[in-house]
Design a protein around this ligand. Structure first.
Ligand SMILES: [Ca+2]
Ligand SMILES: [Ca+2]
Ligand SMILES: [Ca+2]
Ligand SMILES: [Ca+2]
Length: 345
């Protein structure tokens, strides 16, 4: 087979050197034309008549490349033999052209034919992934950059990739930078700080467009999970809690329940209640989990009519609020002397 090929190549080269190229013609056609489409009226363009094509056994010589175009001797025209995909044939190379010869015998004649394949916008910009996921702390500062995937458009020139857009634009803006190597880097830049308490999941759409007519586009979803930081202190539901208790109330009597809330997540929002050490602290106790305030000592109206305690509501990240509890002790006429004195009056 090698000898056969070599023989033909040598034959072709020797034939070429013996014969002269009689003329050349160029055509320009769009890619993807269907089989049988007209490329050009070769007989007319080369000034040959149909009879000569037949008697000269006119044929196409492409060397070792595929034959996308065929010669119809009856009509004297070149037709599409196999659909031409410019992207498969030339990739990013421009211009894209097929070169071949038309050979006639008796006498031997050569004609050079060039068919330029014009790009059509038959590829949209495509992202390799349909979505990209990010986890970004709400502490990320404005100016923080996140590199995004690029899109690829196999077409060339205006039919290739032109620009990107990112929506919505509430928190991020898009920056694309052309590098010296011709590659464009796409980044989203944090513009307005994130707030997990307002929005924990953010969904954006990155769109790439080409410049074809009609314009084609490709999209990728960007999913952002905003990670919590402890940026909110607990807040007491009421600034002040009031309770009344009889001075004879037994230990374990519930005075009130304090409650605080914290908008952060997990341990940043988990609240523990406690009573800081003070004189009154010995008499009262708060359940650290549910804020129920109990009596654990004895009241004595004659000694103290009001107590004020501060219950601290603290999250696991160390931020706290103080919920004030004012306790009024109510009198049970437990002093027999005063009763006596009333009677004496
Ligand atoms: Ca194309
Ligand atoms: Ca395109
Ligand atoms: Ca918190
Ligand atoms: Ca937070």
């Amino acid at each position: 087979i090698i000898w056969y090929v070599l023989f033909h190549v040598l034959l072709f080269i020797s034939v070429l050197s013996l014969s002269s190229v009689h003329g050349q013609v160029s055509y320009s056609i769009p890619e993807e034309m269907v089989k049988g489409s007209l490329v050009g009226n070769i007989a007319q363009d080369l000034g040959l008549d149909i009879k000569r094509l037949k008697s000269g056994k006119a044929r196409i010589y492409t060397g070792d490349s595929a034959e996308y175009i065929e010669l119809n001797k009856e009509r004297g025209v070149l037709l599409i033999k196999d659909k031409i995909d410019r992207e498969a044939l030339c990739g990013p190379t421009t211009p894209c052209a097929l070169h071949f010869q038309i050979i006639l015998e008796n006498p031997m004649e050569f004609y050079t034919v060039t068919v330029e394949i014009i790009d059509t916008n038959d590829n949209p910009p495509i992202f390799e992934r349909s979505e990209m996921k990010f986890e970004i702390s709400e502490s990320a500062i404005a100016g923080a950059r996140f590199v995004l995937d690029r899109a690829i458009d196999d077409d060339v020139g205006v039919n290739g990739l032109q620009s990107y857009s990112l929506k919505p634009t509430d928190n991020f803006v898009l920056k694309s930078q052309s590098r010296s190597n011709g590659v464009t880097n796409v980044e989203m830049v944090l513009q307005k700080p994130l707030d997990r308490e307002k929005q924990e999941q953010i969904s954006l759409i990155l769109t790439a467009v080409d410049g074809g007519e009609p314009q084609l586009s490709g999209t990728m979803q960007i999913l952002i999970t905003v990670l919590d930081i402890n940026d909110n202190a607990p807040v007491c539901a009421q600034a002040e809690y009031k309770a009344r208790i009889s001075e004879v109330a037994p230990k374990g009597t519930v005075l009130t329940t304090v409650s605080a809330s914290d908008t952060d997540e997990g341990s940043n929002g988990r609240i523990s209640y406690s009573i800081p050490k003070s004189g009154a602290a010995r008499l009262f106790e708060v359940n650290k989990d549910n804020g129920v305030v109990n009596l654990v000592g004895f009241m004595d109206y004659e000694k103290t009519k009001h107590y004020q305690i501060d219950i601290e509501a603290r999250d696991q990240g160390g931020l706290a609020d103080n919920c004030k509890v004012i306790i009024e002790v109510t009198d049970i006429n437990d002093n027999p002397l005063s009763i006596t004195s009333v009677y004496q009056m």
